[in-house]
Design a protein around this ligand. Sequence first.
Ligand SMILES: Nc1ncnc2c1ncn2[C@@H]1O[C@H](COP(=O)(O)OP(=O)(O)O)[C@@H](O)[C@H]1O
Ligand SMILES: [Mg+2]
Length: 314
Amino acid sequence: MPKKGLFVVGELNVDLIFNQINGFPQLGTEIVANDMVLTLGSSSAILAANAAAIGIPTAFCGAVGHDAYGDLVIRELQAQGVNTDFIRISEEHSTGITVVMNYEQERANVTYCGAMEALRMPDIPWEHIARFKHFHISNFFLQKGIRADITEIFQRVKAAGLTTSLDLQWDVSNRWEFDFRACLPHVDVFLPNEAEMLALAQCDNLEASIEQLAPYTNIMAIKLGQQGSLGIQGGNRFRVKAFELPDYVDSVGAGDSFNAGFLKKFLENAPLETCLKFGNLMGALNTTAAGGTTAFRCGLGIEHQIKRLLPNGC
Ligand SMILES: Nc1ncnc2c1ncn2[C@@H]1O[C@H](COP(=O)(O)OP(=O)(O)O)[C@@H](O)[C@H]1O
Ligand SMILES: [Mg+2]
């Protein structure tokens, strides 16, 4: 049987997002948000939901608690067409939650990890992995249960014949304990943003961080916010400008939507430049509605937006 689709292993939580605030709260004070959204959060889930919304068959493996937020997470993933058969419902933990405060183009987050720390390597349904084409892990640092096994996980997935990608995301402990020399050779596409590159490589400029990491990576796709993205493969570099969209709301999940767009083209065996361009488009579209998935709710709307922005295709 031909291999098909994307298998995502990751953390799950809801996002409680406050928009339209007048600055960040100071200790001992209270401020008012004029807009609030409770929606599917977590980097991995945003990627999975948006990948499914743009036509990639997608399955998810993660953990939620036996509670209302867990129900919301599973319902929203299913509504976007994600296969949730491999999500574990933990009786010992509550579902994770992130409180997000958006102020202009800045944001401040507080996360309660809950069940996301419960996922372990044996929870990955190894007997089902081989039928998928691609395997992705996001938010490595928040998933304490799989951190120690990350290299072994990627080795096993590669041995099963899948292509692989990794988005580490930010390390909230700021220790950056990730053995990139051991792990990244087994990752086909490494998907950091600029700040994560500097922190991981302990450098103060992007060029130096690229020099540190490039010997261990296959493809690097570095997300540069409003500056677009930079792809590096072997000795080749591609710099692709961001799309300018007039209706910016917030950038929660822009990097995850970039990943979904990038992987869509990567799975179609498109050249790196095309993958970056489509990633930029999905990242930009993400910023036009609150949270990480709202802009991708309506499949027809996405098709229309893609045609409008890329009339001649990628
Ligand atoms: N304000 C913006 N305008 C247009 N595109 C954006 C904007 N912010 C992000 N993007 C797109 O989304 C991608 C990912 O966003 P970025 O903020 O770099 O990632 P992360 O969420 O991981 O920090 C960028 O590479 C860019 O293509
Ligand atoms: Mg990111």
